[in-house]
Design a protein around this ligand. Sequence first.
Ligand SMILES: *[C@@H]1O[C@H](CO)[C@@H](O)[C@H](O)[C@H]1NC(C)=O
Ligand SMILES: *[C@@H]1O[C@H](CO)[C@@H](O)[C@H](O)[C@H]1NC(C)=O
Ligand SMILES: *[C@@H]1O[C@H](CO)[C@@H](O)[C@H](O)[C@H]1NC(C)=O
Ligand SMILES: *[C@@H]1O[C@H](CO)[C@@H](O)[C@H](O)[C@H]1NC(C)=O
Length: 466
Amino acid sequence: MESPLMGLLGVAVAALLYHACVTAQAGAHEQCYAEVPEPYDHLATKTPYYVVQNNNDSEEVFPGCRPAQFWLTARHGTRYPGDDDIIHMDRRLPLLQQHILRNYAAGRSKLCALDLDNIREWHQAFDRSMENQLTESGEHELFHMAKRFQKRFPTLLGAPYDPDKHKFLTTTKQRAMQSGRWFARGLFGDQPVIFPKPKTNDPLLQFYKTCDKWRELIDDSEDSRRERYAFQNSSHMLSTISGVSDRLGFVGNMSYADVRLMYDICRYDKSAFPDRVSPWCAVFTELDMKVFEFDNDLEYYWVDSYGNRLNYEQACPKVKDFIDKFSAVGSSPERQPLAHLYFSHLGGVLKFITRLGIFNESRPLRSGDFGTARAFSSSYLSAFASNVALVLFECGDGYHVSAYVQEHPTRLPGCPGQLCPLERLVSQYRDVVDGCDLTTMCASGGWLATMWKTLVWGLPALSVLV
Ligand SMILES: *[C@@H]1O[C@H](CO)[C@@H](O)[C@H](O)[C@H]1NC(C)=O
Ligand SMILES: *[C@@H]1O[C@H](CO)[C@@H](O)[C@H](O)[C@H]1NC(C)=O
Ligand SMILES: *[C@@H]1O[C@H](CO)[C@@H](O)[C@H](O)[C@H]1NC(C)=O
Ligand SMILES: *[C@@H]1O[C@H](CO)[C@@H](O)[C@H](O)[C@H]1NC(C)=O
């Protein structure tokens, strides 16, 4: 440990040496991060929505068909970091910042002067009172998404607002409620829109909250993170850590936790302030960013997606919901809403995308797969505001469904083309809907499991005693 006085001295020396070093080091680095025109912006689950959204907002027309109903499930837009993250950032980042400045002053850093200046001037923009709330950039994400969807489907999403025709649903969280509000504002401006009172652990939007078996065996389990931990120990991660440490002038290697913290502040800054340079992103090369992105891919693949069956099996209520809603249109078209609009969280949206079977891998994602071509990408599938829209069309030959992921037309598995006969989806997902019993699916082992373990481990022990 060093004394505060040493720290102060260090800063003073750093300030003195700084000007001397600028000229010496400016040419050492190829390009300053701050001058890269389009820095790498695939930031796993903290990817800003503009990175993945579809900007083509032409009206969607299928000859001989008429849009009949719009169904959307969206993650909230960009949010501020959570409480724990903000506390950790407040505690640790200023120390790292000082260290980095001292290393630079001592001539050990490979950062360019501009990037170093940005780190020097960085101060924590996230206050604990904002924790987990929707950012202003997040408001824009939902507002403009709504406007684009409205242009594509003017007959379903156009004004005027009608509470019987446009059905909104959100979770109890501020970021989800505000996402719904900003989407509504994008569609209907200042017209007041009715939101039903959100339910705690809404069974449609947050089914996983009450799925004990998933929480115990997957979400809280070290075992589902085997691949991720193996990757954290791989040559890719180790060389990222040593590369970052070396670039910042540390004599030894920094810890994974410190490098990860800089990655986190980099991507929170980037998504909250998309138009500014994020100082901490400068400590990473593009390859380093991809290494951390893959570290996240392994987490979400195994804990929320294809890696474990229960991850997506529990998303069946949403499959049942869209099939029920679309089927009702066929039986009583005039009485049905034009749009069902759901605003929730990554957990509910990614599990549903997986349940649909889109972006499936032919084989499980492993720690050794870094750098290989793959369908599963947390940056694409779980960006802020990521969403799936399913749109029902009435055509000459019956009802069809067109799917959109991040607003991009996306063909559903098992379907002949962009338009998929509703009947085909109904039969394709029949088992999913009929077997949708979360009580059974999510029953944790509880005392039974405890007894089983006692038997398995306890009996041999007893027999030894006897
Ligand atoms: C834009 O979107 C419309 C509707 O999906 C599509 O028909 C058209 O081909 C798209 N245009 C481009 C340039 O991709
Ligand atoms: C990481 O690798 C080292 C050396 O190969 C090994 O001793 C350690 O157990 C590994 N840690 C994990 C979490 O796999
Ligand atoms: C830092 O990590 C790299 C990569 O694992 C390793 O080769 C190097 O020896 C480590 N440096 C120190 C000082 O431990
Ligand atoms: C993903 O693909 C594998 C291999 O083709 C298949 O066995 C599995 O059922 C698919 N998963 C889902 C949820 O569709």
